[in-house]
Ligand binder design. Structure first.
Ligand SMILES: Nc1ncnc2c1ncn2[C@@H]1O[C@H](COP(=O)(O)OP(=O)(O)O)[C@@H](O)[C@H]1O
Ligand SMILES: [Mg+2]
Length: 508
């Protein structure tokens, strides 16, 4: 008789078997995803100290893997916060290990991205990765490591400590991976351009395998305020989270428990809530049964008087910086930006920022150029499924004098402690009614601004045409009428032209 066997797999094993869900689908996507994940880590690392990021990325050719795929060496270097030496092996060699589980806006989320890149490199080239890092103190640490996939543990192959005479601070990650750079190239270059657009305070340098240098230089050292850590909002908790809080809480009664572990819950609100849900304020949270915890979660969601989460845990770009980024990368003739007020979905705060740009270096094509961003990361794949695209398509643009043949770019940036991504690969945002509404309202605002610009332009064009007609025919009419009247001297048409011109100028 056949026997069923049961076994357990580790987190790295799981992601090893399911690398598609993290965006490592094929050699071209993989090389894009690897660069993106490491650049995101570097940006996070510099921003958390509010240092303008300096990031250097080099992709070089190592050898041939097969007909289509090559082996590349990828090196990413930053001036960020650095990794404390005791965390280096796990931060780079253990899946689901990281410093970003805190509740605030960050690019990284699961402690996964960087490791997926290294894991992919390891399984395609069987080489260790090199990590060099310093937090700016007297020493620099260098590790050569691999991931023990079955145990989900780092395997340290070599470790060196160097003196840090120059007080260098930052991180260098270098490893080899299989990929198809030439197919991925347009996306990668696009990625850098769009990253520069929403991080106008960053210096990004990319050297590609042909030795071509792409330099995206910062135009400002202004940076948005870093986000503050927050507590979970009562509308956003689930049973698992409640259980964890109950486990760790030092508080002995429900009133203190609610006041101390939840965002926007003070003494009065906590009392009101306990009354509403018929729970005794003196009850010990550790004594709650499983059923009572489930009920608590439902009541938390039902109670109408919790204040909405505040947005200090978010770090939007701000209208000034968004505008600066757009001008820097697209050099348009006109740009309008708008930041919405903070909103929430399912207890998670979010802010939408939008922009619209016209003319300049924006190409004319059939349809708008759409740029989507989440927590200052460009989203480049699966555009058609994204909520922004749906909102843009559903809008009546003609009402705003905008037609699809115009050279127009639209950007939508959503930042949140929990961006409603549809997939782990972080490529597109789910269609949530709250998010959709914010995007639509933001777009209407910038649409009204572009409408004013287009109306003005139309007018100027008309005036120019009118002046053109005048200056072409007036001299002829003058000549003709002078002849007809039998006069020698022509009437002064310059005066006449000047007066129509002045009228036109006033109107613009
Ligand atoms: N360039 C870097 N500078 C500083 N810390 C880093 C860097 N790259 C990775 N880390 C650390 O390693 C952890 C794991 O990174 P990663 O696997 O990409 O997961 P995540 O970014 O989702 O946390 C991060 O949380 C961070 O603490
Ligand atoms: Mg990461």
């Amino acid at each position: 008789m056949a026997q069923t066997t049961f076994e357990e797999i580790s987190a790295s094993d799981f992601f090893y078997r399911n690398r598609d869900i993290a965006g490592f689908t094929n050699p071209s996507r993989a090389i894009f995803a690897a660069i993106r994940e490491l650049v995101e880590n570097s940006l996070d690392a510099a921003e958390s100290l509010k240092i303008p990021p300096d990031i250097y990325v080099r992709l070089s050719y190592e050898g041939e893997a097969s007909k289509e795929t090559q082996i590349y060496r990828l090196r990413v270097e930053d001036n960020g916060i650095g990794v404390p030496p005791r965390h280096i092996p796990s931060a780079f060699g253990q899946v689901l290990y990281g410093s970003k589980y805190k509740l605030k806006q960050q690019r990284g989320t699961f402690g996964l991205g960087g490791k997926m890149a290294l894991l992919y490199g390891q399984i395609t080239t069987h080489q260790p990765a090199t990590i060099i890092s310093s937090t700016g103190i007297t020493k620099i640490y260098m590790y050569k490591l691999m991931i023990d996939i079955q145990r989900n543990r780092p395997l340290i192959l070599d470790r060196k400590i160097l003196l840090n005479k120059e007080q260098w601070r930052g991180t260098i990650v270098e490893f080899t991976l299989e990929g198809d750079y030439f197919r991925a190239m347009p996306k990668i270059l696009d990625y850098f351009k769009q990253t520069a657009m929403v991080n106008p305070y960053a210096n990004l340098t990319f050297v590609d395998p042909k030795g071509r240098l792409y330099k995206l230089t910062r135009i400002t050292k202004e940076m948005p305020e870093p986000p503050k850590e927050t507590k979970p909002h009562p509308y956003g908790v689930d049973v698992e989270l409640l259980q964890r809080l109950i486990q760790i809480t030092p508080h002995k009664n429900m009133l203190d428990f609610l006041k101390n572990h939840f965002h926007r819950v003070g003494e009065v609100t906590a009392q009101k809530f306990l009354e509403f849900s018929n729970i005794s304020p003196s009850k010990n949270p550790k004594k709650l049964t499983h059923e009572e915890i489930v009920r608590l979660m439902h009541m938390l969601k039902k109670f109408k008087d919790f204040l909405a989460p505040d947005a200090s845990c978010l770090s939007p770009l701000g209208e000034e910086l968004l505008k600066a980024g757009i001008i820097k990368e697209l050099k348009p003739e006109f740009v309008a930006v708008h930041q919405r007020k903070p909103a929430t979905y399912a207890g998670h705060p979010f802010i939408v920022e939008v922009g619209i740009a016209y003319g300049g270096e924006i190409p004319k094509k059939d349809g708008f150029l759409i740029y989507r961003f989440a927590n200052r990361i460009p989203l480049l794949y699966d555009e058609a499924s994204d909520v922004s695209v749906k909102v843009i398509e559903a809008m009546n643009w003609r009402r705003y004098k905008v037609t699809p043949d115009m050279p127009i770019a639209i950007m939508v940036h959503i930042c949140s402690t929990k961006v409603p991504y549809k997939t782990v690969g972080k490529e597109f945002i789910a269609d949530r009614p709250e998010v959709r509404r914010e995007i639509a309202n933001g777009l209407r605002e910038v649409a009204r601004q572009i409408q004013r610009f287009l109306t003005r332009r139309e007018h100027v064009d008309r005036e120019k045409k009118r002046l053109g007609v005048f200056s072409k025919y007036l001299p002829k009419i003058a000549q003709f009428s002078a002849k007809l009247a039998g006069k020698e001297k022509l009437p002064d048409i310059d005066k006449l032209l000047r007066s129509v011109k002045r009228f036109g100028a006033e109107e613009t």
